[in-house]
Design a protein around this ligand. Structure first.
Ligand SMILES: *[C@@H]1O[C@H](CO)[C@@H](O)[C@H](O)[C@H]1NC(C)=O
Ligand SMILES: *[C@@H]1O[C@H](CO)[C@@H](O)[C@H](O)[C@H]1NC(C)=O
Ligand SMILES: *[C@@H]1O[C@H](CO)[C@@H](O)[C@H](O)[C@H]1NC(C)=O
Ligand SMILES: *[C@@H]1O[C@H](CO)[C@@H](O)[C@H](O)[C@H]1NC(C)=O
Ligand SMILES: *[C@@H]1O[C@H](CO)[C@@H](O)[C@H](O)[C@H]1NC(C)=O
Length: 374
């Protein structure tokens, strides 16, 4: 036995791996990083969701789509604009700003959800003290906003103070980034209809939500748990790989700081969770120092990564990137201020996007093949 353990020790000494590259320093020629250094820990489900579900009226996703009370219009370039009419203006308001986009094609492989073909869009309030989402029925462009809520007590909920920079609809859950903290997960199996009123939460024997008819509660979250900071600016779903993955990435205005992306493996859409170990810990399957400034969104499909970059008031850029090769800049591809991206394999492959600036606020729908890669 002594002989063989000596042999093992020699063998081990010969396979000492190269020193792992620092995940928090991108100043190296090799830009790949060890995904295992990027760690999210799943937090326990919020039990208050189940207790509130006993007292609030639960409605289906289809019934919220069906209850659309606003309507988008389409301009000559095929871009969708938010409703703007006397006394109501989602296109120009400074109070709410659209950030993230996903669709029923992300939610389920069938592409539709409860019979509906639609988008979901996340918005942050200008003070970042509240966030909302919008269900858009693509068949007739009607839409309805709903408020995101955090059930902080067995009988009460409050607003969710996040920037909501990216959204991903996977199964009956909505995944939304929470900039420095990680990812929050909201439960579409528990959309609740509330009473009319300006307050948010329980008021007397009623529940209200700042005038919104529907609320969607946070059910769990994934806490960023590495020793270095990571900025959760956007996220997206890739179902062209097995297992499916969620991509998260950082918006930064200067390459003097690391600008990275990471991908985590997902369970199937029925359970809609990160793959975690026995300690509820998820380590990224892939991480990379991308180093492109002002990335506002990115989505990976069929081994290619589509990246949006904002350029202030000028047209936005779309990068086509295959990791390991140089990214190709499709300069000026977007209207100004593009944000999050999402992929739909239907109709030959589509890339969905949106822009945030008042007056030029669109939902965008492109052929994926219009994007050039190097
Ligand atoms: C590169 O190194 C410099 C000097 O140490 C440091 O200030 C900077 O943050 C590093 N950049 C990245 C992207 O890690
Ligand atoms: C869109 O479809 C919904 C559901 O059928 C319907 O209630 C609504 O009136 C339609 N809206 C328009 C503008 O066609
Ligand atoms: C979406 O709009 C289409 C077209 O008007 C309508 O037939 C359908 O019922 C709508 N879906 C829902 C869930 O309201
Ligand atoms: C999804 O995963 C769960 C847990 O592993 C499993 O029980 C279920 O059968 C899976 N569903 C599908 C549709 O594969
Ligand atoms: C879970 O954490 C404990 C304590 O740190 C450790 O001993 C164990 O190996 C971990 N389990 C897994 C599956 O990583």
């Amino acid at each position: 036995m002594r002989f063989s353990s000596t042999l093992l020790a020699v063998a081990a000494a010969l396979v000492v791996p190269a020193l792992a590259l620092d995940p928090n320093n991108c100043n190296t020629s090799d830009k790949k990083r060890d995904g295992a250094d990027f760690i999210l820990v799943e937090q326990a489900d919020n039990a208050n969701v189940a207790s509130l579900a006993k007292v609030l009226k639960r409605v289906s996703v289809a019934s919220v789509f069906k209850d659309g009370n606003h309507k988008m219009t389409t301009d000559s370039a095929g871009r969708k604009l938010w409703e703007k009419k006397s006394g109501f203006d989602d296109e120009d308001t400074d109070k709410w700003v659209p950030q993230g986009i996903s669709s029923t094609a992300d939610a389920l492989d069938a592409g539709t959800y409860e019979g509906v073909d639609g988008w979901v869009v996340s918005w942050h309030r200008s003070d970042d003290k509240s966030a909302r989402i919008t269900f858009v029925n693509r068949s007739n462009d009607t839409y309805r906003h709903a408020l995101l809520v955090y059930p902080h007590a067995a009988d009460n909920f409050r607003e969710v103070p996040i920037h909501a920079g990216g959204i991903m609809w996977y199964g009956d859950k909505l995944w939304i980034v929470d900039t420095s903290n990680g990812i929050r997960v909201f439960d579409l199996a528990n959309i609740w209809q509330v009473d009319t009123g300006d307050a948010v939460g329980k008021s007397g024997d009623k529940y209200t939500a700042a005038g919104y008819r529907y609320v969607v509660p946070q059910i769990r979250w994934y806490k960023w748990s590495s020793s270095f900071p990571f900025r959760f600016s956007y996220l997206s779903l890739d179902k062209t790989v097995s297992p499916p993955q969620v991509l998260v990435g950082e918006y930064q205005t200067s390459t003097s700081v690391p600008i990275r992306m990471a991908k985590f493996d997902l369970t199937n859409s029925t359970t809609s969770r990160l793959e975690v170990d026995g300690n509820k810990t998820a380590k990224a399957a892939w991480a990379y120092c991308v180093g492109i400034e002002r990335m506002q969104g990115a989505v990976s499909a069929n081994g290619k990564i589509f990246i949006s970059r904002s350029n202030g008031k000028s047209a936005g850029d779309m990068f086509g990137w295959v990791p390991g090769k140089a990214a190709h800049n499709n300069a000026g591809f977007f209207p100004p201020s593009p944000e999050d991206l999402s992929y739909d394999k239907r109709r030959g492959g589509r890339i969905y996007g949106l822009t945030e600036s008042a007056g030029k606020r669109y939902i965008l729908d492109y052929e994926a093949k219009a994007v050039k890669f190097s």
